[in-house]
Design a protein around this ligand. Structure first.
Ligand code: NAI
Length: 220
């Protein structure tokens, strides 16, 4: 399944729209900041002013998961943050392997933010003998030939693909055969994998083109 047709179900089996899902990490970030600033509770109106979305949008979004707010009280920040974390699956170990230890793979491995959200990079794989054996932020770069054995002995939830686009589809299929069901795909290629596989594509070049379109259409 690609992120274009992403759908998920809440606890009450309701289908959650992709637009709502895309907004959840932003709620989580804002709530985390509030928590750091010792804010105990917040109304949907106050949250909406901070986030620049309507209060009714916030209520509707959160109602997909059962609400969490109390009339006249608003939201308990710590509770909502924790519940939002559970909804996002951040309350469990999310071990990641990176395939491709080049510029982007190393940049991802160097990013400290993942750890604090329960994402742990546990191995990086490459074909280049010059990279194999090195460590990036304490994570070892292994020979791609070790992939099967590594997956058999570790609980790998996500594979990040930061290798050339010509190689990504083949590696993705191999990873599927080894049981990987979630891909964070940075290679500029659409992966066609089986229905039960989740692919989240991250393409900065598409994002800059969207920005370019918006600049262009504003100037017309
Ligand atoms: P890079 O050339 O620095 O790194 C690619 C690495 O993949 C190399 O270390 C290479 O040895 C390794 N590799 C090649 N074949 C492999 C295989 N079969 N198994 C394991 N590793 C293999 O390239 P860079 O700049 O890190 O880009 C990596 C990928 O990410 C490219 O597809 C690039 O187009 C894409 N990219 C995507 C961005 C995005 O926003 N989504 C941004 C920048 C790059």
């Amino acid at each position: 399944m690609s992120d274009q047709n992403m759908k998920t179900k809440s606890v009450n089996e309701k289908v959650i729209s992709p637009a709502v899902i895309k907004r959840l990490p932003r709620y989580y970030r804002y709530l985390g900041d509030l928590l750091k600033n010792d804010v105990v509770r917040i109304s949907s109106k106050e949250l909406s002013q901070k986030m620049n979305v309507t209060a009714s949008q916030i209520r509707q979004d959160l109602n997909n998961f059962g609400g969490f707010g109390q009339q006249g009280y608003g939201y308990n920040v710590e509770y909502l943050y924790s519940e939002m974390g559970k909804i996002l699956g951040l309350d469990r170990d999310n071990n990641i392997i990176i395939i491709g230890a080049g510029n982007l793979g190393q940049a991802l491995a160097n990013n400290q933010d993942f750890d604090s959200n329960g994402f742990k990079i546990i191995g990086i794989f490459d074909v280049n003998p010059k990279l194999i054996g090195m460590t990036v932020k304490g994570v070892e770069v292994y020979d791609i030939d070790m992939l099967k054995d590594f997956i058999a002995h570790h609980d790998v939830r996500i594979a990040a693909l930061t290798l050339p686009k010509s190689k990504a589809p083949v590696i993705a299929r191999e990873l599927c055969d080894l049981g990987i069901r979630a891909f964070w795909n940075f290679a500029p290629v659409d992966l066609s994998l089986s229905e039960d596989v989740i692919v989240e594509n991250v393409h900065l070049s598409e994002s800059i083109m969207t920005l370019s379109y918006r600049i262009h259409s504003k100037n017309q």
